[in-house]
Design a binder for this molecule. Structure first.
Ligand code: ATP
Length: 247
């Protein structure tokens, strides 16, 4: 069966002052992939993901999602179309319960385009919020204040905030950063099961996570795509080793 293209990035560029953070990057994401973006510090990974989520507008280039041009859509409009990026942990309200944190995130995302309208009623929110918390294994902690959870569990709340929106494309920026090894293996299992329902695009520095999870890897260096392919191919790629190790 022919692969279905979910997202196409065409020659995207972004400059910050004197720094060309992303230069003519093109990539194609197929539905159902788990795509890892790797590369040394400053390679342009976060900038690229921010252009896909709509947090940043490209200087030039085009983004096509499900066959439609989304290049000029704002972040919340992309959320409505199924592109969701996870919040950073700093957006968690420590005194509010896990449930309220996820519910608020969903409200904020969905309603941000209609600033002054009423909030969604709880009966519309509750099933999604509860399902997302159950998916990340935090159903039992639903009423606990989020600030009392371990760091790893707080990151899972962040993930639940994304899952509760039922995205077609979920974008995660360094999701395993700061997790303990045992938390990393349950995170990988969680992402694999989420990938049965959605496409995942993540920046990941931990190569063992990349090798275990990714169906395809894109390597960036100095704003450009250096290599792309299956994880084992990428692991052995001389240019990739050079970019990372300088030799
Ligand atoms: P890291 O792995 O360190 O997070 P990265 O591959 O995600 O790096 P980016 O964060 O996209 O890289 O940054 C690419 C380049 O653009 C870097 O040189 C960075 O300093 C610069 N940059 C990123 N965001 C901004 C900004 N808002 N203003 C100015 N320069 C920026």
């Amino acid at each position: 069966m022919a692969a279905v293209s979910l997202l196409e990035v065409r020659a995207a560029r972004k400059r910050f002052g004197g720094i060309q953070a992303v230069r003519d990057v093109s990539l194609m994401l197929e539905a159902g992939e788990i795509r890892a973006i790797i590369g040394p510090n400053g390679a342009g990974k976060t900038t690229l993901l921010n252009m896909i989520s709509g947090r940043l507008m490209p200087d030039s280039g085009q983004l096509i999602f499900k066959g439609k041009d989304i290049t000029r859509l704002r972040a919340w409009q992309r959320v409505m179309r199924g592109i969701v990026y996870t919040f950073q942990i700093t957006s968690i309200f420590p005194r509010l319960s896990c449930y309220d944190n996820v519910a608020l995130a969903v409200q904020r995302r969905i309603m941000s385009g209609w600033r002054d309208r009423l909030a969604l009623p709880d009966h519309r929110l509750a099933p999604e919020v509860e399902r997302a918390l159950a998916l990340v294994g935090l159903a039992e902690a639903m009423s606990e204040p989020a600030g009392e959870l371990s760091y790893g569990h707080q990151r899972l709340i962040e993930l639940a905030m994304g899952l509760a929106l039922n995205p077609s494309l979920l974008i995660l920026d360094e999701p395993t950063q700061g997790l303990a090894p045992s938390e990393i293996s349950s995170f990988c299992a969680l992402i694999r099961s989420a990938a049965e329902r959605m496409t995942i695009l993540l920046i990941e520095h931990n190569m063992s996570v990349v090798l275990e999870l990714a169906t395809k890897v894109t390597v960036m260096d100095r704003g450009s795509v250096l290599a792309e392919g299956e994880p084992l191919f990428i692991e052995r790629h001389p240019a990739v080793k050079h970019a990372y190790l300088g030799s």
